[in-house]
Design a protein around this ligand. Structure first.
Ligand SMILES: C[S@@+](CC[C@H](N)C(=O)[O-])C[C@H]1O[C@@H](n2cnc3c(N)ncnc32)[C@H](O)[C@@H]1O
Length: 250
């Protein structure tokens, strides 16, 4: 009985881009099966077409399976790695941009009992399954960090916070959703703007993070690293770490 109650009350962090994941899995599997049927049931040149269909179908199927692997194993590993790189100090104020169900937000709050953590999001349903402030609030309550974690509805391109208010700004799989390059740069500048002198940014995304790094450098930050973390995420992942020099005058 106790065990059932505990598992029912587990935090859930959802599937990223669920529509794309299902499309890749079902589209790829359908092509592989069709190709296989053509190879099995026909002779001559048609068999080569079947083989080509199988090979083409294997590509989306592979990427769909990578997304499943990320959801079940890579996500938690990436969260832990980002928190490790963030090097939180007790009492830090943390912002999680595009928090979704609160993956980084809750982890930051758990590791920082005397600090505060705020997650902002637009709760886009196509970017994460069950994406809603209520899901995040539930996870915050289940993990017992409601005294120091909060959520706000806000856009990364216009953060509703004063300059230099956060010791750490974290983000995972959010910024690629801002497709317009100028808007993406604006979001990076916003993230830099709210960072305190001596503060640190850690951002993970499934696309190369060099563009984010360039925007942070442009905003006066020091780039500590911007490189792949495939082995950690078990999927496509790049992570950029940037710092605002402690002697920066705001
Ligand atoms: C793939 S989900 C990742 C959620 C969470 N960071 C995680 O790793 O589990 C991307 C999140 O970014 C949010 N998002 C997309 N564009 C945004 C924007 N311009 N401002 C704030 N959040 C945004 C989406 O609503 C979604 O919750």
């Amino acid at each position: 009985m106790t065990q059932r109650t505990t598992s029912a009350a587990r935090a859930r962090y959802g599937f990223d881009a669920p529509g794309i994941m299902l499309g890749l899995l079902f589209g790829g599997a359908t092509m592989v099966l069709l190709g296989w049927a053509v190879v099995a049931l026909t002779a001559g040149a048609a068999r080569y077409l079947g083989m080509i269909l199988m090979a083409l179908g294997a590509i989306p199927l592979f990427f769909g399976l990578l997304m499943v692997l990320y959801a079940f194993a890579g996500k938690a590993r990436t969260r832990d790695h980002i928190l490790h790189l963030a090097d939180l100090r007790d009492g830090d104020t943390v912002l999680d941009v595009g928090t979704g169900a609160g993956l980084l937000l809750v982890a930051a709050a758990k590791r920082n009992p005397r600090g505060t953590a705020i997650g902002i999001d637009l709760w886009s349903a196509k970017d994460l399954s069950n994406n809603a402030a209520a899901t995040t609030l539930r996870n915050i309550a289940v993990e017992g960090v409601d005294d120091r974690a909060a959520v706000r509805t806000a856009d990364a391109r216009a953060l509703p916070f004063p300059d230099a208010g956060f010791d750490r700004v974290l983000s995972l799989l959010c910024l690629h959703n801002i497709e317009d390059e100028t808007d993406q740069r604006r979001a990076c500048h916003e993230i830099a703007r709210v960072l305190k002198p001596g503060g640190r940014i850690v951002i993970g995304d499934y696309v190369p993070t060099h563009r984010y790094a360039a925007a942070f450098a442009d905003a006066g930050l020091h780039i500590v690293r911007s490189r792949p973390a495939f082995g950690i995420a078990l999927s496509l992942m790049w992570i950029v770490v940037a710092e605002r020099p402690a002697d920066t005058r705001i």
